[in-house]
Design a protein around this ligand. Structure first.
Ligand SMILES: [Zn+2]
Length: 70
């Protein structure tokens, strides 16, 4: 199981369930248990897809289409 959550900088991250901390690219180390979990998914592929979808929603990349949606 993978958990989807956000850093204070706004980036969306995922971490494998049971992992205590996750370092964001902004340099901040996040305690996974203290974050609000947006979503739980089963696989790493689903996790990276969920992160991408959330980033798209947040940053409004509406003109960006994935090959799978064409
Ligand atoms: Zn960050």
């Amino acid at each position: 199981m993978y958990l989807i959550f956000r850093c204070d900088c706004g980036r969306v991250l995922y971490a494998k369930q049971g992992v205590a901390t996750r370092k964001c690219v902004c340099g901040k180390t996040l305690k996974v248990k203290q974050r609000r979990i947006f979503k739980k998914v089963a696989t790493r592929e689903d996790a990276s897809l969920a992160v991408q979808q959330m980033q798209d929603e947040i940053y409004g990349n509406t003109d960006f289409q994935r090959a799978s949606e064409l």
